[in-house]
Ligand binder design. Structure first.
Ligand SMILES: [Zn+2]
Ligand SMILES: [Zn+2]
Length: 269
Protein backbone atom coordinates (compact mmCIF):
# COMPACT_ATOMS: atom_id res chain seq x y z
CA UNK A 1 0.00 0.00 0.00
CA UNK A 2 1.49 3.36 -0.94
CA UNK A 3 1.02 6.59 0.96
CA UNK A 4 -1.88 7.82 -1.19
CA UNK A 5 -3.78 4.53 -0.95
CA UNK A 6 -3.24 4.47 2.79
CA UNK A 7 -4.48 8.05 3.30
CA UNK A 8 -7.46 7.55 1.00
CA UNK A 9 -8.41 4.37 2.86
CA UNK A 10 -9.05 6.69 5.83
CA UNK A 11 -11.20 9.02 3.74
CA UNK A 12 -8.60 11.80 3.83
CA UNK A 13 -7.22 13.93 1.02
CA UNK A 14 -4.88 16.83 0.19
CA UNK A 15 -4.32 19.39 -2.53
CA UNK A 16 -1.34 17.62 -4.09
CA UNK A 17 -0.26 14.03 -3.57
CA UNK A 18 3.36 14.74 -4.39
CA UNK A 19 4.23 17.50 -1.97
CA UNK A 20 1.55 17.62 0.71
CA UNK A 21 2.76 17.14 4.28
CA UNK A 22 -0.62 16.56 5.87
CA UNK A 23 -4.08 15.33 4.97
CA UNK A 24 -7.64 16.01 6.00
CA UNK A 25 -10.95 14.26 6.41
CA UNK A 26 -13.46 17.06 6.95
CA UNK A 27 -16.49 14.91 7.68
CA UNK A 28 -14.59 13.11 10.45
CA UNK A 29 -12.88 16.38 11.51
CA UNK A 30 -9.56 14.57 11.33
CA UNK A 31 -6.09 15.77 10.34
CA UNK A 32 -3.33 13.28 9.49
CA UNK A 33 0.37 14.16 9.62
CA UNK A 34 3.32 12.01 8.67
CA UNK A 35 5.79 11.73 11.56
CA UNK A 36 9.47 11.62 10.53
CA UNK A 37 11.72 9.21 12.38
CA UNK A 38 14.37 11.94 12.40
CA UNK A 39 12.03 14.35 14.24
CA UNK A 40 11.26 11.89 16.99
CA UNK A 41 12.11 12.93 20.55
CA UNK A 42 11.39 11.12 23.79
CA UNK A 43 7.60 10.98 23.79
CA UNK A 44 6.79 13.25 20.89
CA UNK A 45 7.54 13.98 17.26
CA UNK A 46 7.87 17.41 15.71
CA UNK A 47 5.36 17.51 12.86
CA UNK A 48 5.41 21.19 11.91
CA UNK A 49 7.57 24.26 12.41
CA UNK A 50 7.49 27.86 11.27
CA UNK A 51 11.13 27.31 10.31
CA UNK A 52 9.94 24.93 7.60
CA UNK A 53 8.33 27.77 5.64
CA UNK A 54 11.25 28.03 3.23
CA UNK A 55 13.87 25.60 2.01
CA UNK A 56 17.63 26.08 2.01
CA UNK A 57 17.50 28.00 -1.26
CA UNK A 58 15.01 30.44 0.30
CA UNK A 59 12.10 29.19 -1.78
CA UNK A 60 8.79 28.64 -0.10
CA UNK A 61 8.05 25.00 0.69
CA UNK A 62 4.88 24.02 -1.13
CA UNK A 63 3.35 21.96 1.66
CA UNK A 64 3.68 24.77 4.21
CA UNK A 65 0.45 26.76 3.87
CA UNK A 66 -1.79 23.72 3.69
CA UNK A 67 -0.24 22.18 6.80
CA UNK A 68 -0.36 25.49 8.66
CA UNK A 69 -4.09 25.55 7.99
CA UNK A 70 -4.41 21.94 9.19
CA UNK A 71 -2.64 22.90 12.43
CA UNK A 72 -5.09 25.78 12.85
CA UNK A 73 -8.07 23.44 12.44
CA UNK A 74 -6.74 21.22 15.23
CA UNK A 75 -6.05 24.16 17.53
CA UNK A 76 -9.10 26.29 16.85
CA UNK A 77 -11.76 23.98 15.46
CA UNK A 78 -11.15 20.91 17.58
CA UNK A 79 -10.10 18.60 14.74
CA UNK A 80 -8.37 15.50 16.02
CA UNK A 81 -4.80 14.61 15.10
CA UNK A 82 -3.43 11.28 13.97
CA UNK A 83 0.02 10.44 12.66
CA UNK A 84 1.73 7.62 10.82
CA UNK A 85 5.47 6.86 10.93
CA UNK A 86 7.67 7.92 7.98
CA UNK A 87 11.25 6.84 7.46
CA UNK A 88 13.64 9.39 6.02
CA UNK A 89 15.64 8.24 3.01
CA UNK A 90 19.30 9.27 3.36
CA UNK A 91 20.01 8.33 -0.27
CA UNK A 92 18.08 11.27 -1.66
CA UNK A 93 19.92 14.17 -0.10
CA UNK A 94 20.01 15.54 3.43
CA UNK A 95 17.01 15.86 5.62
CA UNK A 96 16.20 19.52 6.07
CA UNK A 97 13.32 21.78 7.03
CA UNK A 98 10.81 18.99 7.36
CA UNK A 99 11.11 18.19 3.66
CA UNK A 100 12.80 15.05 2.46
CA UNK A 101 12.37 11.90 0.46
CA UNK A 102 10.37 9.20 2.16
CA UNK A 103 12.08 5.82 2.32
CA UNK A 104 9.04 4.06 3.75
CA UNK A 105 5.85 4.63 5.66
CA UNK A 106 4.13 2.46 8.23
CA UNK A 107 0.45 2.38 7.26
CA UNK A 108 -0.89 2.68 10.78
CA UNK A 109 -2.58 5.70 12.35
CA UNK A 110 -2.14 6.61 16.00
CA UNK A 111 -4.08 9.27 17.86
CA UNK A 112 -1.91 12.11 19.19
CA UNK A 113 -2.18 15.32 21.16
CA UNK A 114 -0.96 18.49 19.45
CA UNK A 115 1.44 20.49 21.58
CA UNK A 116 2.93 23.82 20.55
CA UNK A 117 6.30 24.85 21.91
CA UNK A 118 7.55 28.17 20.55
CA UNK A 119 7.48 28.00 16.76
CA UNK A 120 7.19 24.20 16.56
CA UNK A 121 4.27 21.83 16.89
CA UNK A 122 4.62 18.31 18.25
CA UNK A 123 2.45 15.22 18.08
CA UNK A 124 2.63 13.96 21.62
CA UNK A 125 2.12 10.31 22.52
CA UNK A 126 0.27 10.69 25.72
CA UNK A 127 -3.22 11.99 25.28
CA UNK A 128 -5.61 12.48 28.14
CA UNK A 129 -3.17 14.13 30.46
CA UNK A 130 -1.01 11.18 31.33
CA UNK A 131 2.24 12.78 30.28
CA UNK A 132 3.33 15.17 32.94
CA UNK A 133 2.61 13.62 36.31
CA UNK A 134 5.19 10.99 35.49
CA UNK A 135 7.60 13.59 34.18
CA UNK A 136 7.29 15.60 37.37
CA UNK A 137 7.88 12.39 39.25
CA UNK A 138 6.58 13.90 42.44
CA UNK A 139 3.64 11.81 43.74
CA UNK A 140 5.69 9.47 45.87
CA UNK A 141 7.34 12.45 47.52
CA UNK A 142 4.17 13.93 49.01
CA UNK A 143 3.67 12.02 52.23
CA UNK A 144 6.51 10.54 54.19
CA UNK A 145 7.04 6.79 54.34
CA UNK A 146 4.78 3.90 55.10
CA UNK A 147 2.48 1.56 53.29
CA UNK A 148 -0.04 4.33 52.86
CA UNK A 149 2.12 6.30 50.45
CA UNK A 150 2.98 3.40 48.21
CA UNK A 151 -0.55 2.02 47.94
CA UNK A 152 -2.26 5.31 47.21
CA UNK A 153 0.20 6.50 44.67
CA UNK A 154 0.00 3.29 42.69
CA UNK A 155 -3.63 4.20 42.00
CA UNK A 156 -2.84 7.80 41.25
CA UNK A 157 -0.21 6.79 38.74
CA UNK A 158 -2.17 4.10 36.96
CA UNK A 159 -2.38 5.63 33.48
CA UNK A 160 -5.61 3.94 32.39
CA UNK A 161 -7.38 5.00 35.56
CA UNK A 162 -5.99 8.53 35.15
CA UNK A 163 -7.29 8.76 31.59
CA UNK A 164 -10.76 7.55 32.64
CA UNK A 165 -10.85 10.03 35.53
CA UNK A 166 -9.87 12.93 33.27
CA UNK A 167 -12.27 11.88 30.52
CA UNK A 168 -15.08 12.16 33.06
CA UNK A 169 -14.04 15.07 35.30
CA UNK A 170 -11.95 17.13 32.90
CA UNK A 171 -8.58 18.76 33.60
CA UNK A 172 -9.61 21.55 35.97
CA UNK A 173 -8.54 21.34 39.62
CA UNK A 174 -11.57 20.32 41.69
CA UNK A 175 -10.29 22.26 44.66
CA UNK A 176 -9.30 25.67 43.28
CA UNK A 177 -10.45 25.66 39.65
CA UNK A 178 -6.96 26.05 38.17
CA UNK A 179 -6.71 24.92 34.55
CA UNK A 180 -3.29 24.53 32.91
CA UNK A 181 -4.56 24.98 29.37
CA UNK A 182 -6.19 28.33 30.24
CA UNK A 183 -3.02 29.73 31.80
CA UNK A 184 -0.24 28.08 29.78
CA UNK A 185 -1.94 27.36 26.44
CA UNK A 186 -1.19 24.20 24.53
CA UNK A 187 1.91 23.22 26.52
CA UNK A 188 -0.44 22.88 29.50
CA UNK A 189 -3.08 21.01 27.56
CA UNK A 190 -4.45 17.97 29.41
CA UNK A 191 -2.01 18.46 32.26
CA UNK A 192 -3.33 17.71 35.75
CA UNK A 193 -2.60 15.46 38.71
CA UNK A 194 -5.13 12.94 39.92
CA UNK A 195 -5.74 12.26 43.59
CA UNK A 196 -7.10 9.04 45.03
CA UNK A 197 -9.77 9.88 47.59
CA UNK A 198 -10.33 6.57 49.39
CA UNK A 199 -8.43 6.32 52.68
CA UNK A 200 -6.22 3.26 52.70
CA UNK A 201 -7.94 1.81 55.78
CA UNK A 202 -11.09 1.38 53.71
CA UNK A 203 -9.39 -0.47 50.88
CA UNK A 204 -10.01 -4.19 50.95
CA UNK A 205 -7.65 -6.72 49.48
CA UNK A 206 -9.55 -7.09 46.28
CA UNK A 207 -10.21 -3.40 45.85
CA UNK A 208 -10.83 -2.41 42.27
CA UNK A 209 -10.48 1.24 41.44
CA UNK A 210 -13.47 3.24 40.17
CA UNK A 211 -11.72 6.05 38.27
CA UNK A 212 -14.75 8.35 38.35
CA UNK A 213 -15.71 7.97 42.02
CA UNK A 214 -12.27 7.34 43.52
CA UNK A 215 -10.02 9.67 41.52
CA UNK A 216 -10.31 13.44 41.19
CA UNK A 217 -8.30 15.94 39.13
CA UNK A 218 -6.31 18.37 41.27
CA UNK A 219 -3.57 20.85 40.46
CA UNK A 220 -0.10 20.05 41.85
CA UNK A 221 -0.32 22.79 44.49
CA UNK A 222 -3.62 21.57 45.88
CA UNK A 223 -2.38 17.97 45.63
CA UNK A 224 0.61 18.69 47.80
CA UNK A 225 -1.60 20.52 50.32
CA UNK A 226 -4.13 17.66 50.40
CA UNK A 227 -1.33 15.34 51.46
CA UNK A 228 -0.08 17.58 54.25
CA UNK A 229 -2.31 15.61 56.62
CA UNK A 230 -2.72 11.89 57.22
CA UNK A 231 -5.37 10.88 56.33
CA UNK A 232 -5.36 13.41 53.51
CA UNK A 233 -7.75 16.37 53.47
CA UNK A 234 -10.94 16.05 51.49
CA UNK A 235 -11.73 18.47 48.65
CA UNK A 236 -14.32 20.18 50.87
CA UNK A 237 -11.90 20.50 53.77
CA UNK A 238 -9.20 22.06 51.62
CA UNK A 239 -11.68 24.40 49.92
CA UNK A 240 -12.99 25.52 53.32
CA UNK A 241 -9.45 25.99 54.50
CA UNK A 242 -8.59 28.18 51.50
CA UNK A 243 -11.74 30.24 52.05
CA UNK A 244 -11.02 30.75 55.76
CA UNK A 245 -7.48 31.71 54.91
CA UNK A 246 -8.53 34.34 52.38
CA UNK A 247 -11.17 35.71 54.82
CA UNK A 248 -8.52 36.16 57.45
CA UNK A 249 -6.02 37.55 55.02
CA UNK A 250 -7.82 38.83 51.91
CA UNK A 251 -6.03 39.04 48.55
CA UNK A 252 -5.75 42.88 48.56
CA UNK A 253 -3.97 42.74 51.91
CA UNK A 254 -1.64 40.08 50.57
CA UNK A 255 -0.78 42.23 47.55
CA UNK A 256 -0.09 45.19 49.84
CA UNK A 257 2.18 43.05 52.02
CA UNK A 258 4.05 41.82 48.95
CA UNK A 259 4.60 45.39 47.73
CA UNK A 260 5.84 46.47 51.14
CA UNK A 261 8.31 43.60 51.12
CA UNK A 262 9.55 44.52 47.63
CA UNK A 263 10.02 48.15 48.65
CA UNK A 264 11.91 47.10 51.76
CA UNK A 265 14.13 44.87 49.65
CA UNK A 266 14.92 47.63 47.16
CA UNK A 267 15.82 50.01 50.00
CA UNK A 268 18.01 47.35 51.49
CA UNK A 269 19.72 46.78 48.10
ZN1 LIG B 1 -5.87 23.53 42.78
ZN1 LIG C 1 -3.14 12.34 46.24
Amino acid sequence: MNRRQFIESHGATCTNWQWSWSFINDSKRLVIFGAWDVEREDKRTRIFSEDWRTNRQGHKNRGYDQSREHIRLIEEQGYSLMTFPMKHSPKNGDYQNGVAKIAAITPKLTEKTLVRVGTSWYASDSGGGSLLAEELGTPEKYPEGGRYTVTINAYERNSKARAACIAHHGCTCMVCGFNFNEIYGTIGQSYIHVHHVIPVGQIGERYEIDPVADLIPVCPNCHVMIHQTDPPLTVTQLRDHIREQSDRYPPHRRAKAARAKTNAASYAG
